[in-house]
Design a protein around this ligand. Structure first.
Ligand SMILES: [Zn+2]
Length: 477
């Protein structure tokens, strides 16, 4: 069994780790300073291309021949390949995205695009989502390229000593807006960048302290989504004589009905997660953990309130049901004219066993007697995905975590939001969320995603780098 061999990372000397850590932090800070905001906005409309170029320069310096594509102006993605000797099968892909969500400066302790290092953290937009992971993946690529050069090989064309599979690296544009101008384009036009036995990307392998134990959810599934525009028809009139069929009044009732959370419905991924999480806990705490999946929403919510911070409780609630969030409402033109139409946009997130027609049927059911006044139009949708856990790659993710944190408990999980994994599913490539970080118990990691004061701890990055290195070396050897 490969997993019982000594850790490959133990063969790398301390000076090389120090250099790799310095490289990682330097690259991360440089990437944060590039405002690769999505949607692109002047004066940095080509931030993703700038980030792709910065990474390409770094890879070229390591001796590789990176490639950049720009299928739409400014929307750059970068890819590179490290070679194995070809005897081990399909490659492993290290996948990241270059874009970040906007960061209004209000409330930040440090400039969101400054890349400051302070108090043991690298600060800035993208530190966790997901420039930190991209920088960690690049540091692993760099270590492997250096190992080729040390024995006189050219990492652009020669195999890295000991590697039997190729290692692919791809950092893409547009993930934060659905990936259409990034990974989706690559799937259609450059599948050679992505075709692999498996891919590692964001949202997993990050420690989560639950009831005094350190869990490491590894993302194996993600929810799907469906966005609907609902046109609510009413009757116009003079604002001096109110009407009950004012479209805005009807829309308010539509919003109320849709916003009501449905009952919890645990999926196999969540059931497995809760079983692992409750295993070995004191009986009363284990009972509470299992009660999270109670089909009675009140029992589930009470368990979450007892166990979790409000942020994690909200995430858990979202993972236990198909969710509907009414997010845009437009109606009316003048203060004294009763609007005849209102337009509502809702964001629905679907569990792995719910498809779009089922979601639509649920939306219509919730509208009830108002369904006749509403027209429901689908504007965007993406399916849920699930990667198998009985693969060699998943087993290696699990064992690498245990090797580096003997008290850590890896567990298959699912984030509440979507990633580029759904596009990889079109190529049949199982994609796991694995950006290993060991955090302090009080670190509120989930709040950093798209949040104020996004930051990642230097020590967590230092811990994660050899974990990722071991996974790559073992899977590709
Ligand atoms: Zn992300």
């Amino acid at each position: 069994m490969k997993t019982t061999l000594p850790r490959p990372s133990a063969g790398v000397d301390a000076a090389a780790w120090e250099r790799a850590h310095r490289d990682l932090v330097g690259m991360l800070r440089a990437l944060i300073r590039i405002r690769s905001v999505n949607p692109p906005a002047p004066p940095d409309g080509d931030g993703e291309l700038q980030a792709a170029r910065a990474i390409a320069a770094h890879l070229a310096e390591a001796g590789l021949r990176p490639e950049i594509v720009e299928p739409y102006p400014g929307r750059g993605s970068v890819g590179a390949r490290l070679r194995g000797d070809g005897t081990g099968g399909e490659p492993l892909l290290l996948l990241s995205h270059l874009d970040v969500v906007p960061a209004p400066e209000d409330g930040w302790t440090h400039d969101p695009f400054g890349g400051d290092v302070a108090d043991g953290y690298v600060w800035g937009r993208g530190a966790v989502d997901m420039k930190g992971t991209a920088a960690m993946q690049l540091a692993v690529i760099r270590l492997l390229a250096d190992e080729a050069r040390e024995v006189g090989r050219d990492p652009a064309v020669d195999p890295v000593p000991g590697l039997t599979r190729d290692v692919l690296f791809a950092a893409t544009a547009d993930e934060e807006a659905g990936g259409h101008e990034g990974i989706s384009w690559l799937v259609d036009h450059r599948p050679d960048w992505l075709q692999a036995a498996g891919a590692l990307s964001e949202c997993g392998g990050v420690s989560l302290d639950v009831a005094g134990r350190r869990l490491y959810p590894i993302q194996v599934a993600e929810k799907g989504f469906a966005v609907y525009r609902i046109l609510v028809r009413g009757t116009s009139g003079h604002g001096s004589m109110p009407r009950p069929d004012n479209a805005l009044v009807l829309a308010a009732e539509v919003v109320r009905r849709l916003a009501e959370p449905g009952p919890p419905r645990p999926t196999p991924v969540m059931e497995r997660f809760l079983a692992v999480a409750s295993n070995g806990l004191p009986p009363d705490v284990a009972r509470l953990v299992r009660a999270i999946a109670d089909p009675d929403a009140r029992a589930s919510d009470a368990a979450l309130a007892a166990l979790c911070t409000p942020m994690y409780a909200r995430a858990a609630r979202a993972l236990l049901r198909d969710t509907i969030s009414p997010d845009i409402l437009h109606a009316g033109t003048k203060y004294n004219v009763i609007p005849a139409q209102a337009e509502l946009t809702i964001d629905c997130r679907l569990l792995p066993d719910t498809d779009e027609p089922a979601m639509r049927a649920e939306v219509v059911r919730r509208l009830g007697d108002l369904a006749g006044a509403c027209r429901v139009e689908l504007t965007n949708a993406g399916p849920s995905v699930e990667a198998p856990v009985d693969t060699e790659l998943y087993a290696l993710l699990d064992s690498a975590i245990r090797d580096h944190d003997p008290d850590g408990i890896p567990v298959p999980g699912m984030p509440p939001f979507a990633t580029d994994a759904k596009h990889m599913a079109r190529l049949g490539v199982p994609t796991y969320g694995f950006s290993p970080l060991r955090l302090d118990p009080d670190e509120r990691f989930l709040e950093r995603f798209h949040g104020v004061d996004e930051r990642v701890s230097l020590e967590a990055l230092r811990w994660g780098l050899p974990v990722l290195y071991d996974v790559v070396r073992r899977f590709c050897s």
